[in-house]
Design a protein around this ligand. Structure first.
Ligand code: ADP
Ligand code: ZN
Ligand code: ZN
Length: 729
C-alpha cells in the first residue's frame, strides 16, 4: 500500500509515498511529514492505493505519521477537492485550507492545551514587589485556575512572565478541566426571544419546516429583524443536537453579534475572527471538530472547518464581496456553503437587505426560496431619501452649504449625524497650482494620497509612504495644494464649523485595533450628539439608534464604473449606509449629494427601493449577456518587465485557439493591460473569458491551467485564475 498525499505546493497533483516499516496503516485525513526535494513538508493523506506510477526505486517512505486519528473526514476532503477543481487552484494548496494554521505549521499541536494552577507552596508575597506583571498573572491564575496557556496569552501575559512563575515554583501544569459538553437536548434558548411580527413569524415557521437541502433567501430591509429570525430559526437544529454555522462578512463579526447569540443560547459559541492567535484558532477548531462548540460564528474560511454534526448554515449579508477570497485560493464562501449544504443535505439561509443579483436570479429560476421582511421591526420607521443636486453649487470642502445647515439642524435637536465618504486620508492627491502636475507613486499607476495625521504621502495600492514634498518635482513651484477631500479633511472642516460638537472619524487609520473600534462604537451608542465621519467601516453590522441624518458625500464615485457589478455595489453600499439611520424611535433622513440627480437607476433606487432597482439591473444584464446570465473567469498575470505578462497571455490564447474550435471556446477578450497596469512595481495584464455555460468556462480554464503549469515561460510571470470574479480589474 502507498499513501497519496496533498502537499502545499503549487502543483496540481498528489504525491505518492510508501508506508515506512513498522508504521501502522494510516487513516485518510491524517497528516504526515514528508521529504520533498530539500524540504520537509506537512501534508494530508488524501487516499490509500495499491498502485503508483512512481518507480519503486524512487518511491520514498514518508517520514512520520503525525496523527493517529484523521483530522478531516472524507466529506471534507471531497469539498476541498471540489473547490480546487472548480476554482482551478492546485489541489494540495487547496486541501491544506482544511487545516488551521497551527496544524499546517507545527508537527505536534494536538496535545491537549496545557493548563496551569498555583502550587501548594505558592505565595504572592514571595514575589518581588516590582514584579508587577508576575503578581498580576499570579492573581489571574489564582482566580481562574485551571487556566490554559492560550487564555494566559489572551490576557496579554508573555511566555517570559509565565516562565518566571514556573521557575520559582509558584505555578504548575495540571489536568484540563472536564469538558462541559452540554447534553444534547439541553441547548435550549436560555431566555425568551422577542415577540415576532407577522412577517418574521412566517419566515421562522417556514425555516423550521425546512428539511434536507433547502436554500432560502431571506430578503429583509435593514433593521427588519433578520438576526432575530436567525436566532429563532436555529433553535430547532440545536435542540436536535446539531451544530449551526453562521457566516458573516469580515466587518460584520462584531462582539455585539456574538453577544446576542451568547445571551440567547446556553451553549459554547465559537467565534472565529481575525484577532485570534493561531493557538486560539486551533483550540476553537478542535472544539468544533469534536462537537463541543454548537454554534460557530465565523468569516469566510469557517466554511472549511470539519464540523462533527452540522445541521444548518446561515449566511448573513450574503451579497458581501468579502465572502470571495480575492487572492491565492479565490473561493466564494457562499457558493461553497451551498455545495456543502447539498453534500450534507441541510438547509442554508442567506440573509440580506440588498441581495446579490446572482441570488435574485436563483429565486426567479426556482432554485432558492424567497422570504421577505418588508417592515422595520419594533417602532422604527423606514428612512426618507433625497437626491441633492450639487450641479453648479459651490462646495465647502466637498460639502454643499445645504448639507452643512441640515447637519446643524439635527445636532441642535440633540441627534447624531453620519457623514459617509469612501476615501480615507486628507485628500486624494496634491496638485501643483502652477503646472497642474500631481504626485504619483513611483511603483504604481496611481496618485499618492495626502495624509495629515500623521503628515505623509501614502500610496493605498502598494503602501509606499514618503514625506510631503515642499516643491513640485516638475516645475519647482512651492504652490502645492490638496485636491479633493477624504475623511480627515471633512473631519477637520466639520470640527471648525461645529466646534462644540464631538466629531468622530472612523476609518482604517483612526481605528487600528478591534478594541479601539469597539470603544468608539460604545461611545457613540451612549447617545450624546456627535458627527461620525467615516468610510464603509460604518456601513455594516453596527446599529446607531441615535443617528437621524445620513449624508453620502461622493454618491457619484461608483455610478459610472467600468466593472459589471459597479452599479450593483454602489446601490448596496448606499442602502447599507442609509440603513444605519433612524433605527430607533426617531425617524431617519438620508441625503445623497450628486451631480447626476436625474440618473435613472439612482432614482429608481431611492424612490422604489433596492429590489425594484435590482430587477431593472437584471433586465439590462440579460440584454447584455453579462453575469449572472453569463459565466466569467479572468486570468491575471504580472511580471517585472512591461509586456511580459501580456505576451504570455497572448501565447496562452493562441494555444487555446489552435487546440479548440471556436464553438468549443467561450468568448475570449484580451489580453489587455490591467486597469492599473503597474502596481507595486509589477506590470499586469489580464485575459477575460465569458461563456453561456459553466461547462464551457470550466473546460477551457482547465486547459489553460494545464498549459500555464507546463509552459516554460510561465515561470517569469506570476499568474492566477479567478473563476466567477467579483470584480473585473
Ligand atoms: P437586521 O439584522 O434585519 O438589520 P436586527 O435583527 O438587528 O435587524 O433588528 C433590528 C432591531 O430591531 C434590533 O434592535 C432588534 O432587537 C429589534 N427587533 C427585531 N425584531 C423585533 C421584534 N419582533 N420586536 C421588537 N424589536 C425587534
Ligand atoms: Zn509644478
Ligand atoms: Zn504605489
Amino acid at each position: 500500500m502507498i499513501v497519496r498525499v496533498a502537499l502545499p505546493v503549487p502543483l496540481n497533483r498528489l504525491f505518492d509515498y510508501a508506508i515506512p516499516q513498522g508504521v501502522a496503516m494510516p487513516s485518510v485525513g491524517a497528516r504526515v511529514l514528508v521529504e520533498f526535494g530539500q524540504r520537509h513538508l506537512i501534508g494530508i493523506i488524501h487516499s490509500l492505493s495499491d498502485q503508483t506510477d512512481v518507480p519503486s526505486n524512487k518511491l520514498k517512505p514518508f517520514e512520520a505519521l503525525l496523527d493517529k486519528e484523521p483530522l478531516v473526514d472524507s466529506e471534507q476532503i471531497k469539498l476541498g477537492e471540489w473547490a480546487a477543481s472548480y476554482y482551478k487552484y492546485p489541489l494540495g494548496d487547496a486541501l491544506i485550507h482544511l487545516l488551521p494554521n497551527l496544524a499546517r505549521k507545527e508537527q505536534q499541536p494536538f496535545s491537549e492545551p496545557d493548563y496551569w494552577q498555583l502550587t501548594n507552596a505558592a505565595d504572592i508575597e514571595s514575589l518581588p514587589k516590582r514584579a508587577v506583571k508576575q503578581r498580576a498573572l499570579f492573581t489571574l491564575i489564582g482566580a481562574q485556575q485551571p487556566i490554559s496557556t492560550s487564555a494566559i496569552r489572551e490576557a496579554e501575559f508573555t511566555a517570559q512572565v509565565q516562565k518566571a512563575l514556573i521557575d520559582t515554583e509558584q505555578i504548575e501544569q495540571c489536568k484540563a478541566p472536564s469538558l462541559a459538553i452540554p447534553p444534547i437536548d439541553s441547548v435550549q434558548p436560555s431566555c425568551a426571544g422577542l415577540v415576532l411580527n407577522d412577517e418574521q413569524q412566517r419566515a421562522v415557521d417556514r425555516i423550521k419546516q425546512s428539511e434536507g437541502f433547502d436554500p432560502i433567501l431571506l430578503v429583509g430591509v435593514t433593521g427588519s429583524g433578520k438576526t432575530e429570525v436567525y436566532l429563532q430559526s436555529i433553535e430547532q437544529a440545536l435542540a436536535d443536537g446539531k451544530q449551526v454555522l453562521i457566516l458573516v462578512p469580515e466587518i460584520g463579526l462584531t462582539p455585539q453579534l456574538v453577544e446576542r447569540f451568547t445571551a440567547r443560547f446556553n451553549t459554547n459559541i465559537a467565534s472565529l475572527h481575525s484577532g485570534l492567535t493561531d493557538r486560539m484558532r486551533f483550540d476553537a477548531w478542535q472544539s468544533i471538530r469534536t462537537g463541543q462548540s454548537r454554534i460557530v460564528i465565523g468569516t469566510r474560511s469557517a466554511i472549511f472547518i470539519p464540523f462533527s454534526n452540522l445541521g444548518m448554515i446561515v449566511i448573513d449579508e450574503e451579497h458581501d464581496a468579502s465572502f470571495k477570497q480575492q487572492e491565492g485560493f479565490r473561493y466564494h464562501a457562499r457558493d461553497l456553503a451551498l455545495v456543502r449544504a447539498k453534500q450534507l443535505n441541510i438547509p442554508v439561509i442567506m440573509g440580506s437587505a440588498t441581495p446579490a443579483l446572482e441570488s435574485l436570479l436563483n429565486v426567479q429560476q426556482g432554485r432558492f426560496q424567497e422570504l421577505q421582511l418588508t417592515q422595520r421591526a419594533g417602532q422604527a420607521a423606514a428612512p426618507t431619501f433625497e437626491l441633492l443636486d450639487i450641479k453648479g453649487v459651490e462646495l465647502d470642502t466637498g460639502l454643499a452649504p445645504d448639507i452643512i445647515s441640515r447637519i446643524d439642524d439635527h445636532i441642535t435637536l440633540g441627534n447624531q449625524v453620519l457623514v459617509f465618504i469612501n476615501r480615507r486620508g486628507f485628500a486624494p492627491t496634491l496638485t501643483c497650482q502652477d503646472c497642474g502636475s500631481t504626485i504619483d507613486c513611483t511603483r504604481c499607476d496611481a496618485r499618492m494620497t495626502l495624509h495629515r495625521k500623521p503628515p505623509k504621502l501614502h500610496c493605498h495600492h502598494c503602501d509606499r509612504q514618503t514625506p510631503i514634498p515642499r516643491h513640485c518635482q516638475n516645475c519647482g513651484s512651492d504652490q502645492l495644494r490638496p485636491a479633493g477631500s477624504g475623511t480627515e479633511r471633512i473631519e477637520q472642516r466639520l470640527s471648525e464649523r461645529f466646534s462644540n460638537t464631538n466629531i468622530k472619524r472612523v476609518d482604517r487609520d483612526s481605528t487600528h485595533s478591534r478594541q479601539a473600534f469597539e470603544t468608539l462604537m460604545n461611545e457613540v451608542n451612549s447617545g450624546d450628539p456627535c458627527i461620525l465621519v467615516g468610510t464603509q467601516m460604518l456601513a455594516k453590522g453596527h446599529h446607531f439608534p441615535n443617528v437621524t441624518l445620513v449624508v453620502i458625500v461622493n454618491t457619484d464615485a461608483g455610478l459610472f464604473s467600468a466593472d459589471v457589478r459597479g452599479m450593483e455595489r454602489t446601490a448596496q453600499l448606499i442602502m447599507q449606509v442609509a440603513g444605519r439611520a433612524g433605527r430607533a424611535e426617531r425617524p431617519g433622513e438620508v441625503v445623497l449629494q450628486t451631480q447626476h440627480a436625474d440618473h435613472p437607476l439612482l432614482n429608481t433606487l431611492v424612490t422604489s427601493g433596492y429590489l425594484t432597482f435590482a430587477h431593472q439591473e437584471l433586465v439590462s444584464r440579460k440584454q447584455a449577456q453579462l453575469p449572472p446570465y453569463a459565466y466569467q473567469a479572468i486570468i491575471r498575470a504580472e511580471a517585472k518587465n512591461q509586456g511580459w505578462a501580456e505576451a504570455q497571455l497572448t501565447r496562452l490564447r493562441g494555444a487555446l485557439e489552435s487546440t479548440y474550435s471556436q464553438a468549443q471556446l467561450p468568448m475570449i477578450s484580451g489580453p489587455f493591460p490591467s486597469f492599473m497596469e503597474k502596481r507595486a512595481g509589477m506590470f499586469r495584464a489580464q485575459l477575460m473569458f465569458t461563456g453561456d455555460s459553466r461547462t464551457s468556462i470550466q473546460g477551457t480554464l482547465k486547459a489553460a491551467q494545464n498549459w500555464l503549469e507546463k509552459d516554460k515561460e510561465s515561470s517569469r510571470v506570476r499568474w492566477n485564475i479567478d473563476i466567477d470574479p467579483v470584480d473585473s480589474f
